[in-house]
Design a protein around this ligand. Structure first.
Ligand code: G1P
Length: 292
């Protein structure tokens, strides 16, 4: 089956970025000049998904406005002959069909995914956490869709994280699938734990915010008790799913930028700006003048 739908949980409060996020969704913070969530939406499109489902909450209308048409702005840009900007603005609303569903209470990632159940229906789907912006030669989601096509099983993106930092993640206990075409990147998962203590982490393979899930996950989440932080954790739902179906980890190729963290956000801003034709050399020259 083809993966057509991509779910973006976006109901979180974004307290780490207060006061910037007091009246603005954290997903709308710009990396250079593009909101964080748009990077994820573009990745989902590049991977062949054509239906975007955004799980929103109170105070998130700016996300809906962003992916909608903006008549006044378009008219103004047209009158002023700013055709390049007009194209950029139109491309966003023309990009894709977006559906929204509200998560009334922020009760965890597993709960957010459950909110999308009706819109997803009985088919495999992708989940993208917008905070994790991933750059690389092949879109991260596309790499995992290939693995899904070969296995017809849920696939979770993983990355090596060494040291105590591992306890900020979900962690898999798995072993590489030696045969097949995935060069040791595909892992059989035996178990998964959400935010373990460093000493208790089953491996150094951390879960990164890109998932392909079979619809069986909804039934598993129905039966999942509240976990870390008193929330319904997707990782715990996946552990129950493991009892019914195979779940694989996929150590993806690419660089992950943790834009949910202030330092990660700043680093990503600099890296993305340095890659831009219109900004890169100016920023590079400026950085060189800093006495660091
Ligand atoms: C979520 C998941 C966690 C995963 C992380 C990746 O945690 O629950 O398993 O490792 O995203 O970014 P959060 O960062 O929302 O606390």
């Amino acid at each position: 089956m083809r993966v057509r739908k991509a779910v973006f949980p976006a109901a979180g409060l974004g307290t780490r970025f207060l006061p910037a996020t007091k009246a603005m969704p954290k997903e709308m913070l710009p990396l250079v000049d593009k909101p964080i969530i748009q990077y994820g939406v573009e990745e989902a499109l590049a991977a062949g998904c054509d239906q975007i489902i955004i799980v929103t909450g109170r105070g998130k209308t700016a996300i809906e406005d962003h992916f909608d048409q903006s008549y006044e702005l378009e008219q103004l840009l047209e009158e002023k002959g700013k055709t390049e900007l007009l194209t950029i603005v139109r491309q966003i609303s023309d990009m894709i069909h977006v559906a929204y569903v509200r998560q009334k209470q922020a009760m965890g990632l597993g709960h957010a995914v459950l909110m999308a159940r009706e819109l997803v229906g009985d088919e495999p789907f992708a989940v993208l956490l917008a905070d994790d912006v991933i750059s690389g030669p092949v879109p991260c989601l596309k790499q995992r869709i290939k693995a899904f096509e070969a296995t017809q099983s849920s696939i979770i993106a993983t990355q090596q994280v060494d040291g105590p930092a591992i306890s900020a993640y979900g962690v898999i206990d798995g072993s590489p699938v030696r045969s097949g075409k995935f060069n040791g990147r595909l892992h059989n998962i035996k178990n998964l734990v959400e935010k373990p203590k460093w000493e208790e982490a089953p491996s150094n393979q951390a879960i990164i915010g890109r998932y392909i899930l079979t619809p069986e996950i909804f039934k598993a989440l129905d039966r999942t008790p509240l976990g870390a932080g008193g929330e319904l954790q997707l990782t715990d739902g996946l552990r129950l799913l493991l009892k019914k179906e195979k779940v694989y980890g996929y150590n993806f190729e690419g660089v992950r930028h943790d834009t949910g963290d202030k330092l990660g956000f700043l680093k990503a801003t600099v890296e993305f700006a340095l890659q831009r034709k219109d900004l890169g050399s100016g920023l590079r020259d400026y950085l060189k003048t800093l006495k660091l």
